[in-house]
Design a protein around this ligand. Sequence first.
Ligand SMILES: Cc1cc2nc3c(=O)[nH]c(=O)nc-3n(C[C@H](O)[C@H](O)[C@H](O)COP(=O)(O)OP(=O)(O)OC[C@H]3O[C@@H](n4cnc5c(N)ncnc54)[C@H](O)[C@@H]3O)c2cc1C
Length: 233
Amino acid sequence: MATETTTENTIEVLDHGFVRLDDAMADDLSVVNGARVSFARRKTELDESDEALIRFLMRDRHGSPFEHNAFRFHIRCPIFVAREWMRHRVGSFNEFSLRYAKATDDFYVPEPEDVRTQVGKPGAYSFEPVDPELAQRTREELEAAYEQAYGTYERLVEAGVARELARSVLPVGAYTQFYWTVNARSLMNFVSLRNSEFAQREIRRYAEAVEAFFAARMPVTYAAFVANERVAP
Ligand SMILES: Cc1cc2nc3c(=O)[nH]c(=O)nc-3n(C[C@H](O)[C@H](O)[C@H](O)COP(=O)(O)OP(=O)(O)OC[C@H]3O[C@@H](n4cnc5c(N)ncnc54)[C@H](O)[C@@H]3O)c2cc1C
């Protein structure tokens, strides 16, 4: 994993980003009690029969008992990652506003080993490393473009142009931040699709971080998800 835990609840991702678990109301018991209410039964401690129940629900795709919990994340990522993320409609988002606040000058510059070329056809690309010279040139060209874009943005804002318009010049490598609240069922769908070899490398790093928080809070559910070949119920 290309992630590093900095504090108990924050995992740093990419060069200026993070996933921070702001709060969670999430444990394996919520799944069990959501399912057992069908029989007017409620547990306060998880036992082996509950673990078996979770595995059964996952395997047979009884999905709704996995919805009685919530993870609230605070995320900082490049705009292109946020665009992919916000395609996941089942969940709630609030994002940093470039109408109301001034943009920062943090932009995504990949590490040299993350500069890659794509080989093959759409839908079946593989991504291969480039030689060190091209990796370095890519980084430098990105930095130069970011500097120019941000300089233009600042000049326009200082000249009195509204932030909502001046932001047009900012590239998708600019960092944004947002809150995301999601239940375990939708989180598993996200992780299944985005911590996958088919997902773009950058969002995959974020999905790895989300997955780590999920695994820590709901270990039995997580193990069942993995045993079910990472298919969300
Ligand atoms: C590798 C990859 C490449 C992608 N490429 C593209 C691309 O080129 N262009 C593009 O536009 N998108 C692309 N996407 C986005 C993708 O099509 C989905 O929009 C995104 O992954 C969200 O998935 P989801 O709909 O399952 O999640 P959510 O929106 O969170 O929905 C969760 C689940 O709820 C149900 N659901 C939600 N809304 C509806 C609905 N309206 N009708 C019926 N069921 C619903 C579905 O079962 C869905 O799986 C890509 C995603 C991946 C992972």
